[in-house]
Design a protein around this ligand. Structure first.
Ligand code: BMA
Length: 321
C-alpha cells in the first residue's frame, strides 16, 4: 500500500505508538455544521484516500459524512451527510449513525457503523465510489456497537466483530464474532475476548470493543481495540492490541497487558468527553512495516498515531495477558 502518512519515531520516545506532531489532524469545526469530528475511518482510494467521518452537528445529532484526501492528513469532508439508497433490503430506519469503520472486500468498500434502530445496533452499507451508498440489513438486534468487518472472507464467509451492549453508556462489554454467507444473515456467534481482571490490567477491566479493521500479519490478525476503566471521574478509554488466529479468529493468541496508547495529550484529556482515545481505522504498509492509526480524541477531534507493524506484534507477544 502506497504513501501512507508517516513520521519517524521521536528519539526520546520509548513507546510502540507515537503521535503525529500536528495532532489533532481534524478540528472539531472542520465543516460548517459540526460540533465535533471524531471516531472516523479512512481507506486507500484511487490515488489518495477516502473516509467516512463521524460529524456530530451543533444540535448534537450524530451522522456520517464522506471525505477525501491526497495525503491522509489534510481532509476535505463533505458538508452534507451520506444519503443512503436501498441495498440488499428495503430502506430501514436510522435515527442516527456513528463510529463508522470501512473496509474493502473483493469489489467494494463496506461501511459498518452504530445505527440507531430502536437503540444502537450495527448498520451495514456498501459503496464503490464514496458518492453512492447502499444500505443493507442491520447485522444484529439492538443493542450492539463496534461492528468491525474482517477485510476478507474467512472460510468462505464474511466475518464481523461486535460488542453486544445496552441502550445507555454500557457498563460492560466483551468482543464477539459472527459470520454471514451474504452480508444479510448473521450467525455462528462466538465470544472472542472478555474484559481483563482489574488486578491484571485495569485499563481494560470495564469494557472492550474492536477498533480498526484487523490487519493480517504472519502471526495472525492484529486487532487494535479500545479498553475502558470506570474511574471515579467517569470512563477512561485506551488502546490495546491482540493477535487472533488467522483461520479461527475467535481464538486469541496474544493480548496486550499494558495499553499501547492512552489519553495523555491535552486534546485527549479535555473535550466533550474527556479521557478518550478511540481508534476506528489503521492504514498500513507491510512493505514499509508502517501503520497509521486514526483515533477520536475526547469525542471532539481526530488524531493519528504511528507505529511499526513488527514492533506492535512483538510488543503484544512479549507483554501478553
Ligand atoms: C461510546 C461511544 C463512542 C464514544 C465513547 C466515549 O459509548 O459513544 O462513540 O467515543 O462512548 O464517549
Amino acid at each position: 500500500m502506497k504513501n501512507i502518512p508517516w513520521q519517524e519515531k521521536p528519539e526520546n520516545c520509548k513507546d510502540v505508538l507515537w503521535r503525529h506532531s500536528e495532532n489533532p489532524i481534524i478540528d472539531r469545526y472542520a465543516i460548517p455544521t459540526s460540533n465535533s469530528i471524531f471516531n472516523s475511518a479512512v481507506v486507500p482510494f484511487e490515488d489518495g484516500f477516502a473516509g467516512v467521518f463521524r460529524c456530530d452537528n451543533k444540535a448534537v445529532q450524530m451522522n456520517i459524512f464522506a471525505g477525501f484526501s491526497k495525503d491522509g492528513i489534510n481532509w476535505d469532508i463533505n458538508h452534507e451527510p451520506i444519503q443512503m439508497q436501498a441495498g440488499n433490503t428495503q430502506m430501514i430506519d436510522s435515527d442516527y449513525k456513528y463510529d463508522p469503520r470501512v473496509t474493502f472486500i473483493e469489489d467494494r468498500y463496506w461501511i459498518t457503523w452504530c445505527n440507531g434502530y430502536h437503540g444502537p445496533t450495527i448498520g451495514i452499507a456498501y459503496t464503490f465510489d464514496f458518492k453512492e451508498f447502499f444500505q443493507c440489513e442491520n447485522a444484529f438486534l439492538p443493542f450492539n456497537r463496534n461492528g468491525v468487518l474482517f477485510p476478507k472472507k474467512i472460510n468462505g464467509k464474511y466475518a464481523m466483530l461486535s460488542r453486544p451492549s445496552d441502550n445507555g453508556h454500557t457498563p460492560f462489554g466483551d468482543i464477539y464474532i459472527s459470520y454471514s454467507p451474504d452480508m444479510k444473515y448473521w450467525g455462528e456467534h462466538r465470544c472472542v475476548m472478555k474484559v481483563a481482571p482489574f488486578e491484571k490490567s485495569a485499563w481494560q477491566c470495564t469494557k472492550i470493543g474492536a477498533g480498526p479493521v484487523p490487519i493480517l500479519t504472519d502471526e495472525g490478525w492484529l486487532l487494535f481495540y479500545h479498553g475502558v476503566i470506570a474511574t471515579c471521574n467517569g470512563f477512561r478509554y485506551s488502546v490495546g492490541a491482540a493477535i487472533l488466529d488467522e483461520n479461527e479468529p475467535d481464538k486469541v493468541k496474544y493480548r496486550s497487558q499494558p495499553y499501547l496508547l492512552a489519553p495523555a495529550e491535552l486534546y485527549e484529556l479535555t473535550g466533550d468527553v474527556p479521557n478518550v482515545v478511540f481508534p476506528c481505522a489503521a492504514l498500513h504498509s507491510h512493505e514499509e512495516d508502517r501503520l497509521a492509526l486514526y483515533y477520536g480524541a475526547a469525542d471532539t477531534c481526530t488524531g493519528v498515531a504511528y507505529g511499526k507493524i513488527s514492533e506492535v506484534v512483538d510488543f503484544v507477544k512479549n507483554n501478553s495477558l
